[in-house]
Design a protein around this ligand. Structure first.
Ligand code: NAD
Length: 555
């Protein structure tokens, strides 16, 4: 049914330029980033206050949005606004170096942490779903997922292929909201990518935005294109219209073995996400309504064939990994015992980065002027000349990433480098080389900020997957260090009951006080990640801790 949005819906866009609408830049930054999250160029369903990830919201209702905006406009530089699941509930006198906003979203007492109970409470107007960067006002559009996927593929290249995916074939499926980043992130790493997608309109969308190079309807045609590119060593992405549960077993039968195989079909949801083989999209949509149980029976059977084919390709020599969509669990629960022979992407490729305090570092130009981001791109290249993956990313991102909303950039930086870069950004603002302050933040998916046993903390070395103290400590440490706003959420990408995570955002306004706060926050925030992984016994983290002089009493 057509959706007119929640009561009070209207288009929202962040102010640009240097004129303040609040009493200071920290408050102004929070206001602009809240509004930027709801910019029609950024948000998936702005009228419903939904920013991304199903129902991840920036505010609980339009009434609450208006109240947050009014509170931020009136907020003094020694006050803190308290936000409870998207609703402003108090303004307190604190001090100048304290956060201007503290936020808690979607948290439930563990015994009650189920989707059913969450939805009941949401219906009563008592909570909202905050996802990770929706309810914490630091979403920057699809650049984040492109960069995260780029980083994963770069880690795959480093581990298995001598640092480059040139001449390598990456086979994947699912080119949707997040999965559509795979084709671009793959070619940015030099790879040939074959992406199987059952819904042709999804491929067309990726072609239109330049995320995917070509479309094919026929496997022979697609294979001819990718084999040609693979031999010539040129990067190419091809979206093949088809069902992964048909195409992958056919590749196994033909003996076509890719270098890498993964998957981002929406297998976390066997009714509304994954499409069974043997049905057209229209037939699948009809069956979903007419006989949901039969739909799930068929989609599950398809996922089993799909995962079995991934496993067969792995046995034949392909590097295989699960990309956080839960498809292994589906196949395993339906009786495919070898499903977990395919490793998850975090333990395999991301955790070594987490051990160094590396994670997604992003910044946004409050001026709205792309020239400010171009100046900061140059700064990143000046400061980190030896980081090849970062160089290639920044260079390609300048060319291929279109800004959505306020201009922004993301790259992965580790312990030491985050603080150096943040302070250097503040110095640029102080020297007047940028036209307005810069907001520095990150995803909740980061080194020390999340407890999530099916994703970020899967298969921890010491078995501490479900220990959530670390995420809470991360939020507390960010408050103590003087971040501009700090958030603590439940749910996120893996859903209610499955994760707890924290975020921080800090504003480089060029002042000496913010310089000190940035130095502290950007040292202690990733530092908690190094500490968390050192505590779990990772040698890379223990080495990083001693290299950076982190004081860990029992290490
Ligand atoms: P989406 O629903 O936007 O896209 C999924 C796509 O898969 C759709 O385009 C759909 O047509 C296609 N599809 C479904 N069944 C198929 C089949 N059998 N064969 C071929 N194509 C099929 O979802 P999304 O936002 O792109 O996310 C994809 C999955 O990745 C989700 O399960 C999500 O939870 C997961 N995810 C993981 C991470 C991570 O941890 N790295 C990040 C984001 C999303």
């Amino acid at each position: 049914a057509p959706n007119a949005g929640l009561p009070g819906a209207r288009p929202v866009r962040a102010p640009r330029g240097t004129a303040l609408t609040c009493k200071g830049w920290e408050q102004e930054a929070a206001l602009r980033m809240l509004m930027n999250n709801l910019d029609p160029d950024v948000a998936e369903r702005p009228d419903d206050l939904v920013v991304y990830g199903g129902t991840g919201r920036a505010a609980r209702s339009w009434e609450a949005f208006d109240a947050i905006v009014a509170a931020l406009r009136a907020l003094e530089g020694d006050e803190t606004l308290v936000v409870q699941s998207g609703k402003p509930v108090a303004v307190l006198r604190t001090h100048a170096a304290a956060p201007r906003v503290v936020i808690a979203n979607s948290n439930l007492v563990p015994r009650f942490a189920t989707w059913d109970e969450f939805r009941r409470l949401e219906q009563l107007g008592l909570t909202m779903y905050g996802q990770m960067t929706a309810g914490s006002w630091i979403y920057i559009g699809s650049q984040g997922i492109v960069q995260g996927t780029y980083e994963t593929f770069a880690a795959v290249a480093n581990r298995h292929f001598g640092g480059s995916l040139a001449g390598r074939l990456v086979l994947t499926a699912g080119l949707g909201g997040m999965g559509g980043a795979q084709t671009l992130a793959g070619t940015m790493n030099g790879a040939v990518v074959l992406g199987v997608e059952v819904d042709e309109s999804r491929i067309d969308k990726r072609l239109a935005t330049g995320y995917c190079d070509r479309k094919a309807h026929d496997l022979d045609e697609a294979l001819a294109q990718v084999e040609h590119a693979r031999r010539s060593g040129s990067a190419l992405s091809v979206g093949l219209v088809g069902n992964a549960a048909d195409v992958l077993p056919e590749l196994v039968r033909r003996g076509v073995v890719p270098d890498v195989v993964t998957d981002q079909t929406s297998a976390h949801d066997m009714l509304h996400g994954y499409v069974p083989a043997g049905l057209t999209l229209a037939e699948a949509a009809a069956l979903r309504v007419d006989d949901p149980a039969e739909y799930v029976r068929r989609s599950t059977a398809s996922a089993v064939r799909h995962v079995a084919a991934m496993r067969a390709l792995q046995k034949a020599g392909a590097v295989a990994f699960d990309y956080g969509n839960n498809i292994r669990t589906v196949a395993y629960d339906a009786g495919f015992a070898e499903a977990f022979e395919i490793p998850g992407f975090v333990p395999e490729y991301i955790r070594p980065l987490f051990c160094e305090g590396k994670g997604p570092f992003r910044w946004v130009a409050l001026s709205g002027d792309p020239a400010d981001i171009h100046r900061t791109d140059a700064l990143a290249l000046e400061l980190f000349p030896h980081d090849h993956a970062l160089r290639r990313w920044i260079t390609l991102a300048r060319e291929k990433i279109h800004f959505q909303g306020l201009p922004a950039r993301i790259c992965w930086l580790g312990q030491g480098d985050r603080a150096r870069f943040g302070v250097a950004l503040n110095d640029l603002v102080a020297r007047g080389e940028l036209s307005a302050p810069i907001v520095i933040g990150r995803d909740h998916l980061d080194t020390g900020s999340v407890a999530s046993p099916f994703r970020e903390t899967e298969a921890m070395r010491d078995g501490s997957d479900a220990i959530a103290d670390w995420a809470i400590l991360n939020a507390l440490v960010n408050v103590a260090s003087g971040a501009s706003w700090v958030s603590f959420h439940h749910g996120g990408g893996v859903g209610i009951g499955n994760s707890l995570h924290a975020g921080q955002v800090t504003v480089a306004d060029g002042s000496p006080l913010m310089r000190e706060r940035l130095q502290r926050v950007l040292t202690n925030d990733p530092g908690m990640g190094v500490a968390r992984h050192a505590d779990a016994g990772y040698p890379e983290a223990i080495a990083a801790a001693s290299r950076h002089g982190l004081n860990l009493p029992m290490r």
